[in-house]
Structures are given as structure tokens and as C-alpha cells.
Design a protein around this ligand. Structure first.
Ligand code: NDP
Ligand code: 8X3
Length: 271
């Protein structure tokens, strides 16, 4: 784990941000998480950015600090690793006093096979990252969120959490779990006034398919060929909208699709 050697609370005071709010974004090294970090920084949020690739986190921090008057704290750990997450939050707790927004974004799909042909290690990685990771981060972040005047959690679900498509089995199950956990959090955290949103996108062109197909970039590119997929910035923009709403308004659930996509597997592709 690598950490920025600075006290975020002190830095925030020095920076005198107008908004003075902090968001933690998991999986900020690429795609939706990265775009969301830039969107929130542009709105004046101070950030805790997480992911496993330290260099990418450092690059993002440098980009944000160069552009915006905001503080970025790097918290590099694997969200599926219980000990690493506990250790990461020990450090986060020593640096920040309050967390206003938690964005549970880190996640992945590995493979696209029927269950009988599936890879067991891939299943475990998806379950550990997409389900256990969301639970771990949420539990660890809760004490800091409770100190916020207007705390919010946004869980990145998926169309895969709304329907099951051929060969999507375990990934779809993990995103159905995120959908269910979002509902559970809304009930459990009502007493803490924490707003919870399940944000479920259709196809977004990111590193997602490159990861799913284990570096096969041609196969990954083909997923987005013949139609206009969502961009990570589209999702970031929606997150910006959700967190900009007044405290008495909560978006429980959003399903957002590319205009040419009707269901997970029905896409009007113009070849
Ligand atoms: P990317 O692959 O571009 O980004 C995934 C991010 O998750 C990376 O920053 C990666 O960082 C991080 N991540 C993965 N595993 C871990 C881990 N164990 N610990 C910490 N960070 C991790 O894909 P997207 O931006 O598309 O994915 C973001 C979320 O959106 C995921 O939850 C995905 O399931 C969901 N989603 C994506 C859709 C799409 O079509 N792209 C549609 C619907 C939902 P690093 O590798 O550095 O750890
Ligand atoms: C990512 C979108 O349709 O590949 O969650 O599952 S999909």
C-alpha cells in the first residue's frame, strides 16, 4: 500500500475549498472511476482515490492537482483483500475527519463462458472484488460517513444486475448482489441519514472488456463496434448530478443505456 505523506485535513484547510467535501472513489485508475475523480475535482471535491495501480493513481493525482484547487489523497490497495482494506482505512482515518461521498466503483468481469466452462479462480475474483469489496469498503467508511452532514453512497451496479445474459452468469450474479446490497444499505443506513444510489450502466467503453478478455484488445474493441457506447464521462456526469441534488432528494436507482442498446445483449449495431 502506498500513501501520500500529507495530512488531508490540514491541506484542505489551507486550500480553503468552497465546497469542503470529500469523496472516496474506488477503482479510480481507469474508466468510470477516473472520469468521476476528474468530474468531482472540477466541482471542488477533495478526493481519496483508490485502485491497485499506484502509478496510475499518481498520474491522476498530478493531473487533478495541476487543474483544480483541490486535495487528492492516494489510497492504493486491493478492495478484495480484507487486511489491506483495514490497513488502508487505518491510514485514511488518520488523514481525514469526515467522508461525504463513497463511490463503490471498483469491479470487474473475467471471462464470458457458460458455467460448465467457467474458470473457478475468475469466479472467486469477481465475487471477492464486486461483492466483498463493496461490503468491506462500506463497512470501513461508515464511521467517517456518519460524521458528514449529508452522507451519500453510490454503488456502481450494471445492466448485468438487472438481467442475466448468456455466459454472463457469475458477473451478472455479482451485480445482482450490488443491486440487492444497495437496497439493504438504504434500509440499514436510513437511521444514519445516508442516501444510497444504485447506478446501473449499460455498455460503457473503458478497460472493462480488455480486462474481461484478459488483454485481447481486438475482441474488446469488437464489443463497442457498430454503435455508440456510453463514455465514462457520461457516467461521471450523472454522478455529479446525483451528488448535487438537495439533501431531501435521493435517486434510488438509475439504469442508463446507450441509445442504441435495448437490453444487455440487444444492440442495434450498424456493421
Ligand atoms: P475499468 O476496467 O476501466 O475500471 C475498473 C476499475 O476498478 C479500475 O480502476 C481498477 O483499478 C479497479 N479495480 C478492479 N479490481 C480492483 C480491486 N481488487 N481493488 C481495487 N480496485 C480494483 O472498468 P469500468 O470503469 O468500466 O468499471 C467500473 C465499474 O463499472 C465496475 O464495477 C464495472 O463492473 C462497472 N460497470 C461497467 C460497465 C461497462 O460497460 N464498462 C457497465 C456497467 C457497470 P486497478 O486495476 O488499478 O486496481
Ligand atoms: C458491464 C456491462 O453488459 O458487459 O457491466 O455486463 S455488461
Amino acid at each position: 500500500m502506498a500513501l501520500l505523506n500529507q495530512n488531508l485535513s490540514e491541506l484542505m484547510k489551507k486550500k480553503n475549498n468552497l465546497i469542503n467535501k470529500t469523496a472516496l472513489i474506488s477503482g479510480a485508475t481507469s474508466g468510470i472511476g477516473r472520469a468521476t475523480a476528474l468530474e468531482l475535482a472540477s466541482k471542488g471535491y477533495n478526493l481519496v482515490i483508490n485502485g491497485r495501480r499506484l502509478k496510475m493513481l499518481e498520474n491522476l493525482r498530478n493531473e487533478i492537482v495541476g487543474k483544480y484547487n483541490t486535495v487528492v489523497y492516494i489510497s492504493c490497495f486491493d478492495v478484495s483483500d480484507h487486511a489491506a482494506a483495514a490497513c488502508g482505512f487505518e491510514e485514511i482515518n488518520s488523514k481525514i475527519d469526515v467522508l461525504d461521498v463513497l463511490i463503490n466503483n471498483a469491479g470487474l468481469a473475467l471471462g464470458l463462458n457458460s458455467i460448465d466452462e467457467g474458470n473457478i479462480e475468475d469466479w472467486f475474483t469477481m465475487i471477492d472484488t464486486n461483492i466483498k469489496g463493496v461490503l468491506l469498503l462500506t463497512k470501513h467508511a461508515l464511521p467517517l460517513l456518519k460524521k458528514s452532514k449529508c452522507p451519500q453512497i453510490i454503488n456502481i451496479g450494471s445492466i448485468a444486475g438487472k438481467e442475466t445474459y448468456p455466459n454472463g452468469n457469475v458477473y451478472c450474479a455479482t451485480k445482482h448482489a450490488v443491486d440487492s446490497l444497495s437496497k439493504a444499505m438504504r434500509i440499514d443506513f436510513l437511521k444514519h441519514d445516508i442516501r444510497v444510489t444504485n447506478l446501473a450502466p449499460g455498455a460503457v467503453e473503458t478497460e472493462f472488456s480488455i480486462v474481461r478478455f484478459k488483454g485481447d484488445t481486438d475482441r474488446a474493441k469488437n464489443v463497442y463496434k457498430g454503435f455508440t457506447p456510453l463514455k465514462p464521462e457520461d457516467i461521471a456526469h450523472i454522478i455529479g448530478f446525483i451528488i448535487g441534488l438537495p439533501p431531501h432528494v435521493n435517486i434510488n436507482d438509475i439504469l442508463v443505456m446507450p441509445s442504441q442498446q435495448a437490453t444487455a445483449s440487444i444492440i442495434n449495431k450498424i456493421e
